[in-house]
Design a protein around this ligand. Structure first.
Ligand code: GLU
Length: 441
């Protein structure tokens, strides 16, 4: 069974980039009839916050991305300890004592000589006595995973094709700090094994982590999952800007953007499939395919989101929105304003034209006389607007704008808006006559 996971660190709110990764993992699992897991990477106790975990849950629920299971790394520390001991006993983890400054200096020296700044494995040369001396000085070690320089690092990436690394050109990663806390690398691998993750789909900023983690999988006697690294999401300006980095579900909710619009956009952004206003997830699922993912950064443009949102709203049936409409707005009201809105929130502005009061402009005396005649002509039928305008056309000889605009202005206070044929029945006979009379006075 296909098992994917989304593994956010709860050190902030989810932004569009994270949401996209979550969505793609969900699509990947759903399409295969598998499971999508949410794993909270909260080993960094200082920076992880409960409020962010709650926000992640709430955002995914709002988006309709439902995990089959939720795990938290902070509740699994014993598992990491066990793996650590096993790998250490197998000679794949070793203690190192360099300070940050020493490491920085080593890096500078190598870079100065034009060499890659790879850790020199100085700690492996220490004798037991050297280590004992360090500990006696009160220096606790941090821990590194020892890469096997002979084990070739190669995988078939779901997006990038064959990816190769020379392990000699990678530093042995630090996996645990001197205070015993965990860095991301080992816990993630332990979890992927334990939770049976079959596909790891994440951002291309993790490509070199994958190289290292593949050796961790094999060192733990597990087959690595399939990996795919998607190109990063960037703004129009070409990078993940501050704006994009803080653009998340709270902003979308405030702007009354439908979750389906975000899903439709992010599902296909950066792929060769057309970004379309598809509100039906089964279509997005059927067409989701890693082989359509490109290597170039995916560009997020707010104008696309607005366009998709508008199109999705224009196609929404009354049943789907009725709980979110202004008080008193029925199916006919929804139908009247739907073509004029870009978000559901905008229904309120148009509904005020029905409920009133409306703010009429000052009319010329000629128009006042015309509107007075309209008040008298108004009669009620299935189509009061059609009846009114054809009668007035006949009796006044007006046509086009001169015929329609003063009526619209008197009845709604606006120069444009929803179809009057649909609005007038909603305004009702006596209120419509009162508005026409007021305009004529
Ligand atoms: N917590 C890591 C991150 O947010 C997870 C990366 C992964 O998917 O393995 O970058």
């Amino acid at each position: 069974m296909t098992i994917t996971r989304f593994a956010p660190s709860p050190t902030g709110r989810l932004h569009v980039g994270n949401i996209r990764t979550a969505l793609h993992n969900w699509l990947l699992a759903e399409k295969a009839g598998g499971q999508f897991l949410l794993r909270i990477d909260d080993t960094d106790a200082a920076r992880s916050k409960e409020e962010y975990i709650e926000a992640i849950d709430a955002d995914l629920a709002w988006l309709g991305i439902e995990p089959a299971r939720v795990e938290r790394q902070s509740r699994r520390l014993d598992k990491y300890e066990t793996a650590f001991e096993t790998l250490r006993a197998a000679g794949r983890i070793y203690p190192a004592y360099e300070t940050q400054q020493e490491l920085e200096l080593k890096r500078k020296v190598l870079l100065g000589r034009g060499l890659p700044p790879i850790y020199d494995r100085g700690a492996l040369d220490l004798t037991d006595a050297d280590r004992a001396a360090k500990e006696a000085e009160g220096i606790a070690p941090h821990w590194r995973f020892k890469l096997d320089h002979e084990e070739p690092l190669i995988w078939e990436d779901g997006v990038r094709g064959t990816v190769k690394f020379d392990p000699k050109l990678l530093s042995d990663p630090v996996i645990r700090r001197a205070d015993g806390s965990w860095l991301y690398m080992l816990p993630s691998t332990v979890d992927d094994v334990d939770m049976g993750v079959t596909q790891v789909l994440r951002g291309e900023d993790h490509v070199s982590n994958t190289a290292v983690q593949i050796q961790m999988f094999t060192a733990m006697g597990a087959a690595p999952p399939a990996f795919a690294h998607e190109a990063l999401l960037v703004g129009k300006e070409g990078k993940l800007s501050k704006r994009l980095g803080s653009l998340g579900c709270d902003t979308f909710r405030e702007r009354a953007i439908e979750p389906e619009a975000i899903i439709a956009l992010l599902a296909r952004l950066g792929t060769s499939l057309p970004v379309e206003p598809i509100a039906d997830r089964t279509i997005l699922l059927e067409t989701f395919d890693l082989s359509t993912f490109g290597r170039a950064p995916a560009k997020f443009d707010d104008a696309d989101l607005k366009r998709i949102n508008t199109a999705i709203v224009h196609a929404m049936p009354y049943e789907a929105v009725k709980g979110r409409l202004p008080a008193g707005m029925d199916e006919a009201g929804w139908h009247a304003v739907q073509p004029n809105i870009a978000t559901i929130a905008e229904t309120a502005e148009w509904w005020r034209l029905v409920t009133g009061p409306v703010d009429q402009p000052e009319f010329t005396s000629e128009d006042k006389a015309y509107l007075g005649e309209a008040a008298q002509t108004l009669s009620w039928s299935d189509d009061p607007w059609g009846a009114l305008t054809s009668a007035l056309k006949e009796s006044t000889g007006r046509k086009g704008k001169a015929l329609f605009l003063p009526l619209r202005q008197a009845l709604t206070g606006m120069n444009h808006g929803p179809d009057m044929g649909e609005l007038l029945p909603l305004i009702g006979e006596s209120e419509a006559r009162a508005r026409l009379e007021r305009a004529a006075a």
